[in-house]
Write a protein that binds this ligand. Structure first.
Ligand SMILES: Cc1cc2nc3c(=O)[nH]c(=O)nc-3n(C[C@H](O)[C@H](O)[C@H](O)COP(=O)(O)OP(=O)(O)OC[C@H]3O[C@@H](n4cnc5c(N)ncnc54)[C@H](O)[C@@H]3O)c2cc1C
Length: 453
């Protein structure tokens, strides 16, 4: 009998697991209550990066004065922007659906919950349907965390999911939370001309990231007029006639037309009745997994954000693929464990920030000897040609062997350039391997080769 693999959730983790398991010979059913492609396509990565790209075009227009062109200020057409975001989302949903169908994956539109260790009930528009399975994957993602002191209204008090784009473009915006999502929203609204304030609970934006990268970003924010309220925790948001007032625990307050919460996520595990399948969750509701993404039930897997590992679409996809390999028994011959410490990540601000592998602070905390080399982009002709010399490439390597352990990049195209360091970290390449690569000239990647010297 063909192995029946049931997947709950059609985001990056669910999709990858579905297509790959089907290719390997499983009978696959995917249950999605909303849109195939998941929150990643509908609410998170794709719409935010689409808006950031448009904001980036506006920022670029402010730099063309230095490129021999007369400066102009483009005006935002909110309807056209909305159509563009919807167009990209629809295109991606259709492409993903077609790929799944081409692999004979059955897509069931509905909301799933477990009824036993080998069955789920799906509530669909046509009624309830029961599916029996040999193995199952929970890939239900997360949703924005709403604190008890504030109730978003989708109008002036927003979650990140109310912003693509908001009904009325904000004149002023207070962003609460200075992690990756918070700073991307600051950049997004500031580049569209909003007057932005950022509530930063610590003394540095992007806690846990390279302090030099965070400092460059803070300078960039300050020079574009962003107000930073450091060391402050928001404790209350009051609606006024024409906006909101955000109050902080140190007595400071800030008024703006809108406020957006970017204070993390909670897992979509409530309503799944995981107890019926005997699947355990941790105190925060995430599903603990082992290195094969297996839960405490050997035939039930969890992948993507709901697994509480790195909340990145890229990581969710690779986890999904690993799950498919394990379900079909391939792990015994070809499986390589996922090393979350080697995942590259990027922050789509201006300048972009990307990093991978071991960070300097982490190495010091571990007492590990490292070699750190840093080269500013300003030393490359391409940065001058592009009229944007901001940022640097930093490579961290083992002083004894030259093996690349990590790195960070701040500047134009950092999200693309980090791939070189990510490959080196994953494949245990040395700095000499990077130096001896015959790279393009003129290119920003030349800073990589210099930093590896
Ligand atoms: C604003 C923002 C920007 C981001 N940008 C990036 C980025 O640039 N790059 C990056 O790598 N990551 C980014 N992320 C993170 C990324 O969105 C997530 O890591 C990714 O979506 C996780 O994928 P997933 O497969 O776990 O779940 P999701 O994409 O969340 O999909 C889960 C799916 O499960 C469905 N579902 C839930 N419960 C049920 C149920 N009971 N029955 C049926 N279906 C159900 C949901 O409808 C949803 O479609 C961003 C996140 C945010 C908040």
């Amino acid at each position: 009998m063909t192995h029946h693999f049931v997947i709950i959730g059609g985001g990056p983790a669910g999709n990858q697991a579905a297509t790959y398991a089907a290719r390997l010979g499983a009978r696959v059913t995917m249950i999605e209550r909303d849109v195939v492609g998941g929150a990643a396509h509908l609410w998170d990565c794709i719409p935010s990066k689409t808006m950031i790209a448009t904001g980036g075009a506006i920022s670029f227009s402010h730099r063309i004065g230095g490129m021999g062109l007369a400066e102009t200020t483009p005006s935002v057409d909110i309807d056209a922007l909305n159509r563009r975001i919807s167009g990209i989302k629809d295109h991606m949903r259709d492409d993903t659906t077609e790929l799944l169908r081409s692999q004979a994956v059955e897509i069931v539109h509905g909301s799933a919950r477990f009824t036993s260790p080998h069955s789920v009930a799906v509530t669909t528009a046509e009624g309830e349907r029961t599916l029996e399975f040999d193995s199952a994957l929970v890939a239900t993602g997360t949703r924005p965390r709403i604190p008890e002191w504030c109730q978003p209204d989708g109008d002036r008090i927003l979650t990140t999911r109310d912003c693509y784009p908001p009904k009325v473009f904000p004149e002023s915006m207070t962003v609460i939370g200075s992690g990756v999502t918070g700073v991307e929203f600051v950049h997004m609204f500031a580049s569209f001309g909003a007057d932005v304030s950022l509530v930063v609970s610590r003394q540095q934006v992007l806690p846990g990231k390279d302090p030099e990268a965070a400092a460059i970003l803070e300078d960039s924010f300050l020079s574009s007029g962003v107000r930073l309220l450091k060391g402050a925790r928001a404790t209350e948001i009051e609606r006024t006639d024409d906006g909101v007032v955000v109050r902080c625990d140190d007595g400071r307050q800030v008024s703006s037309s809108h406020a957006v919460l970017a204070i993390g996520s909670v897992p979509n595990t409530d309503g799944l009745d995981l107890a019926a399948a005997g699947v355990e969750v941790d105190p925060s509701g995430y599903i603990p997994i082992n290195h094969h993404c297996v839960t405490n039930q050997p035939h039930i897997y969890a992948a993507g954000d709901v697994s509480g590992k790195l909340p990145l679409s890229s990581v969710a996809s690779v986890q999904g693929r690993k799950v498919a390999e394990h379900v079909m028994g391939l792990h015994t011959v070809e499986h390589r464990h996922l090393d979350y410490d080697k995942a590259a990540s990027a922050i789509f601000t201006e300048p972009e920030i990307a990093d991978v592998g071991l960070a300097e602070a982490e190495a010091f905390a571990l007492g590990r000897k490292i070699r750190v080399t840093k080269v500013p982009f300003a030393t490359t002709p391409k940065a001058l040609i592009n009229n944007d010399p901001r940022g640097f490439v930093k490579i961290i390597s083992d002083p004894a062997t030259g093996v690349v352990l990590g790195g960070s990049i701040v500047g134009q195209h950092a999200a693309e350039l980090i791939s070189v360091i990510a490959l080196a970290v994953t494949a245990n390449l040395t700095v000499t391997d990077i130096v001896e690569s015959l790279l393009v000239h003129p290119a920003l990647a030349e800073a990589l080769a210099q930093a590896a010297e």
